[in-house]
Write a new protein. Structure first.
Lengths: 158, 273
């Protein structure tokens, strides 16, 4: 029960952090995708279908707040959730480096796909900040959150 | 228990559906140079051919349906007409039979009823149809060998030959290659011998070369053969060719121009003589 409560609180915290990050994105010139961590959380904790649907919905939410084209992140997040769901089962999440690389590569790939869409649709160029910087920062944030013992316990990562 | 392979397929399909929904979402927002969204254009691109084809298809279906209704209606009428035709054909056959019987009576009014026997042809020689036929009267009704057989119109048909059973008798036709008929040209009584060749034409033989025979002259029986009564019409001269000693004369028999369904067997010896 306690674990469940912590998990819910953690999700709410991630959403709040995302809102905060978005509101200050212009000022900070960086973008941390806390919602992507929720996707990974569902990939670890939930079943396949729910993971994919949540990933797609979170992607669409990302589309909405990024003021981009609706469905681009929905597409890329759903696709990455599929791979992440199958990969996470084989990773030792106790090792923070693994977790870091998991977040970095999956978010990087997801953003790369989204960037590809933007290139095709809007003739936008390659966005280094989106493809590299944002995954790095998100991965660091994820590692930091996972470093809390309470969080680890709630996620059954010992 | 779910098959793992099946489960994997289901998962892949689920992902594809989700991705497809997102693609639809994306394409609904892409605006093309014609101020229409991509999905709008794709939609039009998909629907337009159907819009083109559907009215034609509908027209085609309506046309075929009408055609079917038309055909069905007329098929019903056709069947009715067919039934009527069948009925009328039967009636016609009955009337023809009656007519034939009346014709018999009319033509042979002068011949006493007891002097001839009416018989129906029940079998025709399949290999040589102009050779012989079988009639449905036999010795039970007085049919004997070498009786003259004439058609209802009074034309010579042939004579009865063996085998004669109780109820059947064989009739050798004058067109048969066996036997012959003593006959002469009606106008000048020029006598000869008529033989058949199993063909529709008979040969009138033994007519001397200097005799005058013309095309279209009628040939009748002479009675000299002691089988056929005299003056029975046989046929007309269809061709005359000069030969060294005798003429080569072809005769077109009358009886072959009418279907032989019924014949008369002349039984009365007195009449025959």
């Amino acid at each position: 029960m306690r674990k469940r409560r912590i998990r819910i609180l953690l999700l709410i915290l991630l959403v709040l952090l995302q809102v905060l990050a978005n509101r200050n994105a212009d000022r900070l010139q960086v973008h941390v995708d806390f919602l992507f961590l929720i996707i990974l959380y569902y990939c670890v904790r939930s079943d396949y279908y729910r993971s994919i649907i949540i990933a797609s919905l979170i992607g669409i939410i990302t589309d909405i707040y990024s003021m981009g084209i609706l469905g681009v992140f929905g597409f890329s997040r759903a696709l990455i959730a599929f791979f992440a769901f199958h990969t996470l089962r084989f990773l030792d999440l106790k090792r923070k480096l693994f977790f870091f690389f998991l977040v970095f590569f999956s978010l990087g790939l997801s953003n790369l796909i989204a960037n590809g869409f933007f290139c095709l649709i809007n003739n936008a160029g390659f966005n280094l900040r989106m493809v590299l910087l944002s995954p790095v920062l998100t991965a660091i944030a994820g590692v930091l959150i996972l470093s809390f013992k309470t969080v680890r316990e709630s996620l059954d990562v010992y | 228990m779910v098959d793992p392979g099946n489960l994997h397929h289901r998962r892949i399909w689920f992902l594809i559906i989700i991705l497809f929904v997102n693609i639809i979402l994306i394409s609904s927002q892409i605006v093309l140079p014609n101020d229409k969204s991509l999905i709008h254009n794709v939609g039009i691109g998909i629907i337009a051919p159907f819009q083109k084809v559907l009215p034609r298809m509908a027209e085609f279906v309506v046309f075929q349906f009408n055609h079917y209704i038309f055909n069905r209606r007329y098929h019903r009428k056709y069947l009715q007409a067919q039934r009527q035709i069948d009925t009328l054909t039967r009636q016609k056959a009955l009337l023809e039979r009656k007519h034939l019987e009346l014709e018999f009576s009319r033509i042979h009014a002068d011949i006493p009823q007891e002097s001839y026997l009416r018989a129906e042809v029940i079998l025709v020689d399949v290999d040589f149809p102009l050779n012989s036929v079988l009639i449905d009267q036999g010795y039970a009704r007085g049919v004997r060998k070498n009786l003259a057989v004439i058609s209802p119109e009074g034309h010579l048909v042939g004579k009865t030959v063996e085998p004669i059973t109780m109820h059947t008798a064989k009739v050798r036709l004058i067109t048969s290659s066996i036997g012959g008929v003593g006959a002469y040209i009606k106008t000048n009584r020029l006598e000869g011998f008529l033989t058949g060749e199993n063909s529709p034409v008979c040969q009138f033989k033994y007519v001397i070369g200097n005799a005058s025979v013309k095309f279209g002259e009628e040939v009748v029986t002479s009675g000299t053969d002691r089988i056929f009564p005299p003056f029975i019409p046989v046929g007309v001269v269809s061709s005359v060719q000069e030969d060294y000693l005798e003429k080569s004369i072809s005769v077109d028999p009358f009886f072959i121009h009418h279907p032989i369904k019924y014949v008369l067997v002349l039984t009365d010896e007195k009449k025959k003589n």
